[in-house]
Design a protein around this ligand. Sequence first.
Ligand code: SAH
Ligand code: SF4
Ligand code: F3S
Length: 468
Amino acid sequence: MLELATKVIDESKQGTALDSAINATSSKKFYIESYGCAMNFNDSEIVASILHESGYGATTDMYEASLVLVNTCSIREKAEQTIRHRLMHFKGLKKKKSNLLVGVLGCMAERLKDKLLEEEKLVDLVVGPDAYRTLPVLIAEAEGGQKSVNVLLSREETYADISPIRLDGNGVSSFVSIMRGCNNMCSFCVVPFTRGRERSRDAKSILQETKDLISQGYKEVTLLGQNVDSYRWEDDQGGESVTFANLLESVALLDNKLRVRFSTSHPKDITDDVLHVMAKYPNICKNIHLPIQSGSTSVLQRMNRTYTKEWYLHKVARILEILPGCGLSTDIISGFCGETDEDQQETLDVLKKCSFDFAYMYSYSERPGTLAARRYEDDIPEVIKSKRLSEIIEVQRENSRLSNLKDLGMTYEVLVEGPSKKNADEFCGRTDKNKMVVFPKMNCVKGDYVNVEIYECTSGTLLGKIVA
Ligand code: SAH
Ligand code: SF4
Ligand code: F3S
């Protein structure tokens, strides 16, 4: 998801949160770590807001906290393993600090429920993605010595009225959740089980949150959902329903200096209307993250993706017809159940044909309870999964190299995000197509739009200089 060709965050990466300025005087402090997709990171910001209201201050120093929260991801076995190690670490910390509470939030909380409390005795608090409003009550119970769990999923909860407290942000770009859950039931995927039914957030609250961000100086928003193209909101007065294309247009119209991105699109749902809105507004970034998962129609069928290889290629052609030069990125899974060498060739073929600018590539990891786990044998040996993944990575590396080579000598408008990691005299920022560019600072400041001429590239970054 949202690995957003926009800003998707790899599940394996850990993010520490928090703005120590928030409620700095509060005696009760919480520390939060987030894993998984951008929606999870955004949820941590909602949690921060809920805790702030109940008198908790944030800290980036876990040793200072009386409450440690881990917002977790279940998408692959490896993501869960990483988090378990982290929970073991916090269990150790509890031994040294007797009043410390440790809570698990997010998708692992939903998937494992009270197992984390009862069998593994790792934590004091287990709270699923739709139950964050009950956190203050659950924390109070846990402080009283009870083990607290709330993993109820909701058909309505969108946290529409909660203003997220931006954590770890650069003050320039931000996520805005527009929906929760997923109804798609791709057979490999745990998300429908951990996040529940799909529901769209009140369009008015999305526009208000975006306006607030603009007034705080933000220059870019990414609209988030597992499947943004199925966004639909009907107000309670029975007015016209708002589609994703309508919403995207309304957000773009708020300020022509605000860059608008979105993620993730399901190939079956992205409409011509969305593409035409993208074409109409220069401030909507011309970049689409369109996960294909596999290039083989029979694998796609077992994955329950509801499109064929040809249908996907046709969709890409349509995108490029309406949005010539549009950036494209994707997600791929290697070694799904029953995948043959011929299927793998189909995937490599699609990768070459679509020349994605970027791809997130994974080995299939069976998730308990999913359709695939119940219906198909996880029959591809790990060595074959890895070998196929390496082949996929190799083809994609060449795609990315060629895509970056095309940028040499070009001048792009770049939104300055902040200092580059490696050199304090340089800034970094992104192009419309979400490519990271590093360039000498000159006189610009964070949040400026500058024109940067590209003269060199590495595998993941473009190097350039500011031109008039
Ligand atoms: N809603 C988004 C995807 C969310 S999960 C979408 O439909 O595109 C992000 C990515 O993780 C998926 O696109 C898929 O490539 C990968 N993924 C999901 N389940 C997986 C599994 N069981 N094993 C390996 N990769 C998986
Ligand atoms: Fe998972 Fe498919 Fe929903 Fe994406 S669209 S979250 S891959 S079920
Ligand atoms: Fe996101 Fe991971 Fe949950 S990808 S929705 S945090 S399983």
